[in-house]
Write a protein that binds this ligand. Structure first.
Ligand code: PCD
Length: 794
């Protein structure tokens, strides 16, 4: 988008853009008037309510379960245990990572909060009350909590139900060239070596997870309303696991109150709602509460990374290597494309042109909740960016070089794109220096350094932190990427009704990103139909084409491509119909947004609405042209897209309380062609707040017995307006060369890019105390300890 065109599209412009630009979200009237329709809003005739009994212990053998008292409760309709599921062959369900997970425990419980029994009752309160009437006898086993001890020879074997299992090892995976990297390290002048922990955090969406299952026994049809980021993939998996034929399953994800990766997987609760409905013959609703969400659904991160960076004395980065210990909890339920057990972590070479790199990741089981989901992160990009951006900052400190200078010196140069990095990625496009320079200008970097020097002299603690990130978002292509065998492509169907209004059906599912607006804008840009005349249908497998869903910022890169291409298909067809209507040859027509006209005679034209009516009317259509203006495509992207950004954070630390205050935050993002700048800014603001949360407040910790210490919002602190500054955002535009409209994903950029900027700022502020690194979250207690030169307390 040229600056002129963007100015045209300004929010206060009287002409709403027909296409890309800053328009208000079409879905918002529904939300601001309380007319949203979330899973918990769904009420079906005769509906029952389910509640889950969860394990209080992290590791214990199940001795016995007595459900008789619960069953005697007047409002209880059914109580389901692992034994019952075993009889149906449903006690264990496959995970997204070729492991199995207990739906209800049969032999042992393996984390605190694990599902043990399911009560179905006339109302939610009765279901909850009856949980207390279930008698469970456990025999406690020693828990494995510290991932570092998981492979000790005397560690308890968590997954002893798996044949031949004698340890807690899940996988080893590596990328890059170890020997080449060792050689590069051997000739480096400087090597920085640091253990860097990305702690366990949780996506904590505003709406928790839930489902309403409605199994109709006569037709044998299951309608499942659920909080899902991938309704089509869920339907296929339900068909494969529950043995219900796929055409008899309808999955509906209505409005979703935030996903952030938390709603990618299939949780035991969803399966239990289905079983409950089959068993009782009535619809069953199950909606978890906040603690259940924090304690049992997918966590994120939990990577212990030993990272090393090698450079010359004058600051040329030569190589990177890392050894990662990945804590996957009790079941390997991480959501990643099959080929990549550590997701896209091997993008950890970041934005720098290096000579060699190598990473190795070891996954282990522990007695903690399963998951390892890509929370606002394209499959572990967050961990990768945090690692390299901390190491680069440490290197700058070691070399006594300015961290901006060091980055500028090592960036991949514009002419090197498409750039093949040392671990196998091909970055589509990039132009890093202008983005960083813009951020430095916006923040007033030089003046800030002067201010900092003055403050330091007075004993005040001020820090400036930079991070520069490159992401890899928009999975497929399908030949390289699948999840449980399903290739990562997406479909789109577009129909132009006779009066020229349109409906576009997409396979991805919005959880708040504004797809009903931006996907209409893509059609509008391509066809000249106003966005308000285009209905975007999503989240219902009966209504939409197959596709893999919304996560990893893939909707715009993949489904956005599908929608642009299906629009172009319609435009081509419209040309044939317009030619017939104008009694001329298609070659003689020229396109102008919204109409085809005769070359040299702009008044001889047919608008899209006229063409749509023509298509459904009585004129004789050319051979091979159907009497409609409809089309469909499935888009398999040729590559991922590689958005990038430069973030600068300014913090002040109170020397008395060690409290970190984020004073300023400048974010310059480049996501290629910008569909809706207002929505992009909203995406960034949310992601930046996430970053403040992870950097300063959020952690899911466990005590030695495996008790979850982050199971409520009293303990798991998420940021509010009080903790975040007024965001200052800017952008550059480097289109993706392979994407139909040049757009890259942006939804997760800020969550990925912001934590290192904040931690770099905190460490920079603590320079007078010779602090080289500190682990997140930088809580007052931890910062205080760092100032005293003590080890990080919990
Ligand atoms: N865009 C534009 N332009 C461009 C790009 C983009 O405009 N260039 C826009 C679109 O269209 C959308 C949005 O923006 O609307 C976003 O996008 P993307 O990037 O494509 O993304 P998606 O796919 O759509 O989404 C997803 C993401 C993710 S992934 C996450 S986490 C988060 C984000 O998104 N989440 C969420 N953001 C959000 N928001 C909200 N509101 N909510 C939510 O939930 Mo994952 O993986 O799941 O972890």
């Amino acid at each position: 988008l040229t600056p002129e065109r963007e100015a045209n599209h300004a929010a206060d412009s009287p002409d709403r853009p027909i296409g890309f630009g800053r328009i208000q979200r079409k879905e918002d009237p529904r939300f601001v008037r309380g007319r949203g329709n979330y899973v918990d809003d769904i009420v079906l005739p005769g509906m029952l309510h389910g509640a889950i009994l969860r394990s209080p212990l992290a590791h214990a053998r199940l001795v016995s379960i007595d459900t008789s008292e619960a069953l005697a409760h007047p409002k209880v309709v059914a109580v389901i245990t692992g034994k019952d599921l075993e009889a149906l062959n449903l006690a264990w369900a496959p995970t997204l990572s070729a492991d199995v997970q207990a739906v209800l425990a049969t032999d042992k419980v393996r984390f605190q909060g694990q599902e043990v029994a399911f009560v179905v009752a006339e109302d939610r309160y009765a279901a909850r009350d009856a949980l207390e009437l279930i008698e469970v006898e456990y025999e406690a086993l020693p828990p494995v909590i510290d991932a570092r001890r998981a492979l000790d020879p005397d560690a308890a074997v968590i997954r002893d139900e798996l044949p031949g299992r004698t340890d807690n090892h899940i996988f080893d995976w590596e990328a890059g060239d170890a020997a080449e990297t060792d050689a590069v390290f051997a000739r480096a002048d400087v090597v920085v070596d640091q253990e860097i922990i990305y702690p366990r955090v949780h996506p904590a969406p505003m709406e928790t997870c839930g489902a309403v299952a409605d199994f109709e026994p006569v037709e044998g049809k299951l309608t499942l309303y659920e909080t899902s980021q991938a309704p089509h993939a869920h339907r296929t998996l339900f068909a494969m696991v529950a043995g219900i034929p796929e055409h008899k399953i309808r999955v509906v994800s209505p409005d979703i109150g935030g996903g952030f990766g938390n709603k990618v997987g299939i949780y035991p609760g969803y399966i239990l709602a289905v079983v409950g409905s089959i068993v009782t013959g009535r619809p069953v609703k199950w909606v978890e509460d906040r603690s259940e969400n924090l304690m049992s659904t997918s966590f994120a991160r939990d990577y212990i990374m030993q990272g090393q960076i090698a450079a010359t004395a004058d600051g040329r980065i030569l190589g990177l290597r890392t050894n990662v210990l990945a804590d996957h909890g009790a079941f390997n339920a991480t959501a990643q494309p099959t080929k990549y057990p550590a997701g896209f972590f091997h993008i950890f070479t970041g934005s720098y042109d290096l000579e060699a790199a190598h990473c190795k990741v070891t996954g282990v089981y522990t007695n903690k909740a399963p998951g390892g989901v890509a929370y606002a992160c394209s499959f572990r990009v967050t961990e990768a960016v945090y690692l390299v951006e901390r190491l680069v900052d440490m290197l700058a400190q070691r070399l006594d070089m300015d961290p901006a200078e060091l980055r500028l010196k090592n960036f991949i140069q514009p002419e090197q794109f498409p750039y093949k990095n040392k671990t196998g990625w091909e970055y589509d496009s990039g132009n890093y220096e202008p983005a960083l320079r813009k951020a430095l200008d916006m923040v007033g970097y030089d003046e800030l350094r002067v201010e900092q020097a003055e403050k330091r002299a007075r004993g005040e603690l001020m820090g400036i932190g930079i991070s520069f990130f490159t992401e890899t978002v928009g999975a497929g292509p399908r030949k390289h990427m699948d999840i449980v065998g399903l290739g990562m492509a997406d479909g789109a169907e577009l129909r132009i009704h006779p009066t020229g209004k349109a409906v576009v059906r997409i396979s991805v599912q919005s959880q708040g990103q504004g797809h009903e607006t931006t996907f209409a804008q893509i059609v509008a840009e391509e066809l000249g139909i106003p966005p308000e005349d285009i209905d975007v249908v999503h989240g219902d497998t009966d209504q939409t084409p197959f596709g893999l869903g919304t996560y990893g910022s893939r909707s715009t890169p993949v489904s956005g491509g599908a929608v642009a291409l299906v629009s172009r298909k319609i435009r081509d067809k419209a040309r044939l119909i317009a030619a017939a209507m104008l009694e001329t040859r298609p070659e003689d027509l020229e396109w102008e947004k919204g109409r085809w006209f005769v070359k040299g005679d702009p008044s001889a034209a047919k608008t899209m609405a006229e063409i749509a009516m023509g298509a459904h009317g009585t004129i004789t259509l050319p051979d091979g042209v159907d009497g409609n203006l409809d089309a469909e495509v499935t888009y398999d992207p040729p590559n991922l897209t590689f958005p990038f950004g430069a973030y600068i954070c300014v913090v002040d630390i109170d020397p008395g309380t060690a409290r970190v205050k984020v004073r300023r935050f400048v974010a310059v993002d480049d996501c290629g062609t910008r569909i809706n700048p207002m929505i992009i800014e909203g995406q960034l603001h949310g992601g930046l707040a996430d970053g403040v949360g992870m950097a300063l407040m959020e952690i899911i910790e466990f005590d030695d017995e495996g008790n979850c210490l982050g199971g409520s919002l009293m303990d798991y602190l998420i940021p509010t307006a009080m903790e975040v500054p007024t965001w200052e955002s800017g952008h550059t535009v480097t289109p993706s060369p392979h994407h139909p409209i040049g757009a890259k994903g942006v939804g997760e950029s800020a969550t990925v890019g912001s934590p290192p900027a904040i931690v770099n700022a905190v460490v920079d502020a603590l320079a007078p105390f010779n602090v080289a690194h500190m682990d997140m979250p930088c809580t007052p207690a931890r910062v205080w300890a760092a100032m005293q030169g003590r080890a990080t307390p919990p």
